[in-house]
Design a binder for this molecule. Structure first.
Ligand code: SF4
Length: 642
């Protein structure tokens, strides 16, 4: 065994039993880990139409065959289960140190079924697999729970992956966190884990995975730091974090503003990565951000994570990290808020209580637009003047959501679609959701292929499932970018605002590569199809050096297709159809405000044609269902039995 540890933990919480499985080498090569591997177990072990919050739902946490190796961008974990938000597949990833530590403890993944009679946590070490009482953790914020677990286990170096108190209150977009700041945010995986009465998974290990060719891995690892300063996108990410894109998004008219009504925010400078770096990072006062304000994942040279520490009106504790671009978007420009301190405070509250910052911030901005347009009033908000730009109102509503302390907070804790259904009165006109998932901070009005991917993605609107349009534009696409895309079969620069067949091919092929990354569990900021530290052929080199298999880019694309087809099959089995591959009505209305995307709207006919072409490329039926021959070509004929 090289790369992987060869052991998967199976936990039956109803029976209190833990079993270890030793899958074959062929299994690891076929799925690589992460999402594809999780989907394999979910399709085999979860009965059709299971209640997402019932004991029959199967929750999987999977690392990959490179997780824990000494190279950048490999410490990731994927969480999958049936989503309580969409009743389709749930999928979410997180980085940090937990994924590598799980591998060091000797395991590649965990499959969790059933429901414990009492609250428990799972302890995983090299010599112990144990369910322990979590009675003392109830109601604790994530940082507090982590401290208590460290004291109880008697080891400050444990890694803890947990849901938080928001899940105990039933917030549907509850997440799972490690380090109290690395958030597997999307699709409600925290609520699924809470429904199983499992508060946390605690890992500690010493057994490093073996590497087939350490010399080749070392050579590849050395190339990353050399390339870092030479690659403008990566250098910006390293210095300013994901917030580095706030200003470019504003300039392109793709910074969602006032609940996706506009694409440019007049106060974008206040929310920028530069402002965050200069004035908010932990080391800002000492002028020493690099030492104190940037954080990383296991063995990663990029260090894209931010750490904010603030005193004054909006206090922020550094242990809860700092806001990513998406969080700055949803709690900032979506809500018309320019105060980065208030946004950082919102980020802390989301991490303390463990909720998805995208879903939560976007749900509040949706409520703000409903309030501004008279769909709801202060009788509904409980007296809160929920105007765009009102930071205190945003934080008040956030508190009511995560503590479920008012009827308004409890309803918004069910997400914007359920709130719109409860209010009626035209509230659905203001939704930004696909399959229940609020749209992230990248606007498909200008990034046309994202409109397609938001629509067809099995777990709803997602910005990390394919490459974004504008980078393939002539004059912007670099030689390196095009060379790497060439490795995927994409040769030409393309018109950014088109959505013709070539654009659909660009979306589909890059989606397959991203899909593979979420199975190999590689960070998309380091390993990607084009702009990242390493490209497709580098990724094949990594997998080959790690495992000893002769991995090709073609094989990697096949793994990506396997994952995508498994997710699609799951949704089909659960009753989702082509009707669910649709964008919110709001996206077909012209954007307001100033900037390059003012008056731009999406075209429904264009999206429908793109979906047809996408199904054709994926070799699915006209209704978007994988054909038996497509599944057979991917070695997935076994799925006929599900
Ligand atoms: S690029 Fe950022 S998110 Fe990715 S592994 Fe490195 S530090 Fe973690």
């Amino acid at each position: 065994m090289f790369g992987y540890q060869g052991k998967i933990i199976h936990v039956d919480l109803s029976a209190g039993k833990i079993v270890v499985e030793n899958p074959s080498e062929d299994f690891y090569r076929k799925y690589l880990g992460g999402s594809a591997m999780g989907l394999y177990y979910i399709l085999r072990e979860m009965p059709s139409k299971a209640d997402p919050l019932g004991p029959e739902n199967v929750l999987t946490l999977m690392a990959g065959v490179t997780t824990g190796l000494p190279i950048s961008g490999q410490s990731r974990i994927n969480v999958n289960a049936k989503s309580p938000i969409s009743n389709g597949i749930g999928d979410s990833q997180a980085g940090g140190f937990f994924p590598a530590e799980l591998k060091f403890a000797g395991y590649d993944g965990i499959v969790i079924k059933g429901r414990s009679a009492k609250p428990v946590y799972l302890l995983v070490t090299n010599d112990k697999l144990e369910l322990r009482s979590a009675a003392s953790l109830g109601g604790l914020k994530t940082g507090e729970a982590e401290d208590l677990l460290k004291a109880e286990v008697g080891d400050d170096n444990i890694e803890v992956f947990q849901h938080g108190p928001a899940a105990e209150k039933g917030v549907i977009y509850s997440s799972l966190l490690s380090m109290a700041n690395r958030n597997a945010g999307r699709t409600g995986m925290g609520l699924v884990m809470a429904s199983k009465n499992l508060r946390a998974i605690v890992v500690r290990g010493k057994e490093k995975p073996k590497v087939f060719d350490l010399k080749a891995l070392g050579a590849l690892s050395k190339e990353g730091p050399i390339r870092l300063p030479e690659n403008g996108d990566m250098a910006g990410l390293a210095k300013y974090g994901t917030a580095s894109v706030v200003s470019p998004q504003h300039s392109m008219g793709t910074l969602p503003t006032r609940n996706y009504s506009e694409g440019a925010f007049e106060f974008s400078d206040d929310l920028s990565g530069e402002n965050l770096y200069d004035n908010y990072l932990r080391g800002a006062k000492a002028g020493n951000q690099d030492k104190e304000g940037r954080d990383t994942c296991f063995s990663c040279v990029v260090r894209c994570k931010r750490t904010v520490e603030l005193e004054g009106k909006y206090q922020v504790d550094a242990r809860y990290g700092g806001p990513e671009y998406e969080t700055i978007g949803t709690f900032g420009s979506y809500c018309g808020i320019k105060d980065l301190a208030a946004v950082s405070r919102a980020n802390q509250i989301c991490n303390e209580y463990a909720v998805d910052t995208i879903a939560c911030g976007a749900t509040i901005s949706f409520a703000m637009e409903c309030y501004e347009n008279g769909v709801i009033d202060q009788k509904v908000t409980g007296g809160i003047d929920l105007r765009f730009g009102n930071s205190d109102a945003m934080l008040q509503v956030l508190d009511e959501i995560v503590t479920a302390s008012t009827p308004f907070g409890r309803l918004l804790g069910q997400g914007s679609e359920r709130a719109a259904a409860a209010w009626g009165n035209g509230a659905d006109e203001y939704l930004t959701t696909v399959k229940g998932a609020e749209s992230p901070a990248h606007m498909p009005q200008a990034k046309k292929t994202l409109g397609l991917i938001y629509a067809v993605n099995p777990f709803g609107a997602d910005h990390q499932s394919s490459e974004h349009d504008w980078m393939i534009e002539e004059g912007i696409a670099s030689e390196l970018y095009m060379q790497r895309l060439g490795e995927l079969g994409l040769e030409e620069t393309l018109e950014p605002l088109s959505l013709g067949k070539e654009k659909v091919k660009f979306a589909y092929l890059t989606e397959l590569f991203y899909s593979m990354l979420d199975s190999a569990e590689l960070c998309q900021f380091v390993w990607g199809p084009a702009w990242t530290l390493y490209g497709p052929s580098d990724t094949a080199r990594l997998l080959s050096a790690a495992t000893g298999w002769n991995v090709t880019v073609e094989e990697l694309m096949k793994v990506g297709a396997r994952r995508l087809n498994l997710m699609r099959l799951f949704n089909h089995r659960e009753g989702l159809t082509r009707k669910d591959d649709k964008l919110p009505k709001k996206f077909y209305r012209a954007l307001k405000g100033e900037g390059p995307t003012a008056n731009v709207a999406m075209d429904k006919g264009q999206i429908d044609a793109a979906i047809d072409e996408y199904y054709r490329l994926a070799e699915w039926t006209e209704d978007g269902v994988p054909k038996p021959e497509t599944l057979a070509a991917l070695d997935l004929a076994w799925t006929a039995e599900i």
